[in-house]
Design a protein around this ligand. Sequence first.
Ligand SMILES: Cc1cc2nc3c(=O)[nH]c(=O)nc-3n(C[C@H](O)[C@H](O)[C@H](O)COP(=O)(O)O)c2cc1C
Length: 201
Amino acid sequence: MNVLAIVGSPRKGKATDTLVDKAIEGIWTKRPASKVKKLHLVERDINYCRNCLTCRDSQTDAPVARCIIRDDMDDINNDILDADALIFGTPVHMGYATAVMMTFLERICWTFAKPEKQVLTIKGCPGPRSDKARKAIIIVTSGIVPPHLRIFCDWATGQIRGVVKDSLNAKVVGDLYAGDIERRGVEHYFEKAGKLGQRLV
Ligand SMILES: Cc1cc2nc3c(=O)[nH]c(=O)nc-3n(C[C@H](O)[C@H](O)[C@H](O)COP(=O)(O)O)c2cc1C
């Protein structure tokens, strides 16, 4: 199984990255043969979506439409296509996923989806271009707000969940909100992150 871990923290080796590593350890505990690639979005050249809608309006039958921008998303798109399972990790910044993660999500929104789905009365909602069924887990860290108050702080999980389902054809099999990291310490969530990783494979 190919797993792609996508880290949206601006900091390597800190809370989000550490919990993503724990999830990866969980994967290897359960399925040692799994291939895992970790991607630090902050290290990659990922430009802002320009809303030209070339990808959205593409008639291609390929699982990913071509973006007009030439940057590291070309390689990353191939990594996504190869992946059977995905890990998304992001800190909460002002209640949402980081700008680093959002920039990435905007770039995959329409390249991996075509506007064919109808939701209630709205036609033209994104539906995945790819038939390949994938699984995903989401890890969100926050500095101050504890888990029981997550509802006031975590819009990141819902954002990622939506894009993952509508664009990447991935089913979210679990998520972890690791809140109040500043007081509790990241170690508080190691076991949960490991179990979450096991659930992915
Ligand atoms: C710009 C900014 C906004 C933040 N907003 C929140 C917030 O709304 N709620 C919260 O609990 N923590 C907030 N934090 C703290 C981070 O969520 C916390 O430090 C996180 O665990 C960092 O993850 P990292 O160690 O992977 O960078 C914010 C941090 C930054 C830099």
